[in-house]
Ligand binder design. Structure first.
Ligand code: GAR
Length: 310
């Protein structure tokens, strides 16, 4: 990925070098703020009136790519620089981009799935992609548990896997930085927590702001903070008549961010935590695919706590 990005940046760099080109660090910094990318280094370079070196341009491309806005950045840049589209085409696909009808667009949304266990939700995503219901690509599956069956499921479908165990006494944020590096290297635009048994640090949540979703097996905000069977036991003991699952954006609080999709199931008198878990799980698979689809097709936006149709 980095090579393609470097080559792409170089194509623009060669153009920028020509004397009639009016591109400087200020115009690039302006594009960044217009498209909502905030980067301290670029601001500093603009304040210093620094020249746009090859390295600076690559840094800018890398930043845009890492926040999943390379297509928006290229569209803004194309108003200032004309590059040979034929030369450019071959770098786009590996970066998850396409040039269609005069505009740069995201090709398939690249997903990174974080798992710790058996991975039936991961399987639901794989199946939806393979049968054409979901236009997306799983770029990498990362597990903090070596024996997570989810890893095997991914391998069986030729999907890249990474086992990332925490180091002894490692700070949460340090682990999350290693995790983010893997996700960035694989061009991940959307992080899906599918039974990932670690709480993410505020640093990580900020790094992928608005681009992390989680599936939880209850109707949030009820029964937040619990995991797996404990949720269903608590639902039965409380005497709830309905329960279900929630897919939500992740914020700094556990099981808390804006809700994307919820699905209900009835709790019957003879339900056990196991039987309820099974019923809810079937709904989880539908809900998770539905939520990813809404994001992949760019159909929703977050307004305050509400996720609404665009
Ligand atoms: C799912 O039921 C998911 O909702 C739950 O872990 C299970 C993973 O199953 N997540 C949580 O409880 C998070 N609080 P899977 O590995 O078969 O997808």
């Amino acid at each position: 990925m980095r090579d393609e990005l470097k080559n792409l940046a170089d194509l623009y760099y060669l153009k920028i070098l020509s004397p009639d080109m009016k591109i400087d660090i200020h115009s690039l910094s302006r594009i960044f703020s217009d498209i909502g990318i905030y980067d301290e280094n670029i601001k500093k370079l603009a304040n210093l009136n620094a020249p746009v070196s090859r390295e600076v341009l690559y840094y800018i491309f890398l930043k845009a790519y890492e926040v999943d806005k390379l297509h928006t950045f290229l569209n803004a840049l194309s108003e200032l620089v004309d590059v040979d589209l034929n030369a450019l085409q071959k770098f786009l696909k590996p970066l998850g981009l396409a040039y269609v009808n005069g505009l740069f667009k995201k090709d398939l949304i690249k997903i990174g799935v974080l798992v710790s266990g058996r991975g039936t939700n991961l399987q639901a995503i794989i199946d939806a992609i393979e049968n054409g219901d979901l236009r997306a690509e799983i770029a990498v599956v990362v597990s903090n548990k070596k024996n997570a069956y989810a890893l095997q499921r991914a391998k069986d479908h030729g999907i890249k896997t990474v086992y990332l165990p925490p180091k002894k006494d490692e700070k949460r944020e340090d682990y999350d930085k290693r995790l983010a590096e893997i996700l960035h290297e694989n061009g991940v635009a959307l992080v899906v927590l599918a039974g990932f048994l670690r709480i993410l640090s505020p640093w990580f949540v900020h790094e992928f702001e608005g681009r992390i979703i989680n599936i939880h097996p209850s109707l949030l905000p009820s029964f937040a903070g619990l995991y797996g069977e404990k949720v269903h036991r608590a639902v039965i003991e409380y005497g709830c008549k309905v329960t279900g699952c929630t897919v939500h954006f992740v914020d700094e609080e556990v099981d808390h961010g804006p809700i994307i999709v919820q699905k209900c199931v009835e709790v019957s008198d003879d339900d056990t935590p196991e039987s309820l878990a099974q019923k809810v799980l079937e709904k989880e698979h539908e809900a998770l695919v539905e939520a990813i689809k809404l994001i992949a097709e760019d159909k929703i936006k977050v307004v305050g706590r509400r996720v609404i149709r665009k």
